[in-house]
Design a protein around this ligand. Structure first.
Ligand code: C2E
Ligand code: CA
Ligand code: CA
Ligand code: CA
Length: 282
């Protein structure tokens, strides 16, 4: 036990100790993951609901560790943010995703690539004035058309350091890059932000889509978001679409795009290419 002060002798319980050990092990391995080439991107289609065509792919990171097996992003993105490793990892994700999108563009399949940018990642970059530089570098290096890149940010990004955030997003927007708000509806951003920031797309969080067929509140929320997005001329993507009946409801709203297991799980690049060829080239 570590003595932190009066009555605090129990600070490290055995459970916490093993959790801490797990974390240390994870951090140790994560530091080497980039060099060892253990990170991979999977891609999940974003589909136009009325004709079923793929219009974009979201890049989702996976970590194939030699000792721990496949580690999902929810298990290591937080750690990457805390340690600052999210900066090189985020740059790798952006570069890899844009390279892939450029390859698809050259193959006659010019679809959008959506890349996630977590809140802490955004602000770490921003503090270091790196975010814009990285985006510029990657676009130059990969020669991807900027309008084929969409950055997925969270509502929380819109609520901190308003002025610098607005600056950064405007600069990114001026490059021609698209900006979308991920997990929309789960944060606490005020709706006026939707007008103030240079946004292109809202992604309705999958928690609202899940019970859309049975839960009247969820239906009301999705209807309201759809109507609002239409008024604000924002594109709308429903996340977590898993079956036809959810799709039917969404199609009846002004929600034009869907993403979810119903269309495809996130898949490795080669499989994603096959899906694209099927969708776009017949
Ligand atoms: P997200 O951006 O909201 O991504 C959607 C998550 O929902 C993905 O989980 C995806 O596999 C999952 N999903 C897709 N369709 C369905 C569906 O129909 N039903 C259900 N139940 N789930 C579905 P994943 O890949 O485990 O990623 C989790 C989160 O990790 C992402 O949530 C994102 O916040 C973060 N993440 C993933 N890749 C990156 C990355 O490259 N950078 C950063 N900063 N964060 C990332
Ligand atoms: Ca996302
Ligand atoms: Ca999401
Ligand atoms: Ca999420």
């Amino acid at each position: 036990a570590k003595k932190l002060g009066k009555n605090n002798y129990q600070f490290f319980t055995p459970e916490m100790n093993s959790a801490a050990q797990h974390y240390l092990k994870l951090e140790h391995h994560l530091r080497q993951a980039l060099e060892l080439g253990e990170l991979v991107l999977h891609y999940q289609p974003q589909v136009k609901i009325d004709n079923g065509c793929i219009i974009g792919m979201e890049a989702l990171i996976r970590w194939h560790n030699h000792a721990m097996g496949i580690v999902m992003p929810d298990q290591f993105i937080g750690l990457a943010e805390e340690t600052g490793l999210i900066v090189p990892i985020g740059a790798w994700v952006l570069r890899t995703a844009c390279k892939q999108a450029r390859a698809w563009q050259l193959a006659g399949m010019p679809i959008r690539i959506a890349v996630n940018l977590s809140g802490r990642q955004f602000h770490r970059f921003q503090d270091q004035r790196q975010l814009l530089d990285v985006v510029l570098d990657v676009l130059k290096e990969t020669e991807l058309s900027p309008e084929l890149l969409e950055l997925e940010i969270t509502e929380s990004i819109l609520m901190h350091k308003l002025d610098t955030t607005l600056d950064t997003l405007n600069q990114i927007k001026q490059l021609g890059v698209r900006i979308s708000v991920d997990d929309f509806g789960t944060g606490y951003s005020s709706l006026s932000y939707l007008k103030r920031f240079p946004l292109d797309t809202l992604k309705i969080d999958k928690s609202f889509v899940k019970d859309i067929c049975t839960d009247a509140n969820d239906r009301a929320i999705v209807s309201a978001i759809s109507a609002m997005a239409g008024q604000l001329k924002l594109e709308l993507v429903a996340e977590g679409v898993e079956d036809q009946s959810q799709l039917d409801f969404l199609g009846g709203q002004q929600c034009n795009y869907g993403q979810g297991y119903f269309f495809s799980k996130p898949v490795p690049a080669e499989q994603a290419s096959a899906l694209l060829r099927q969708s776009l080239l017949g």
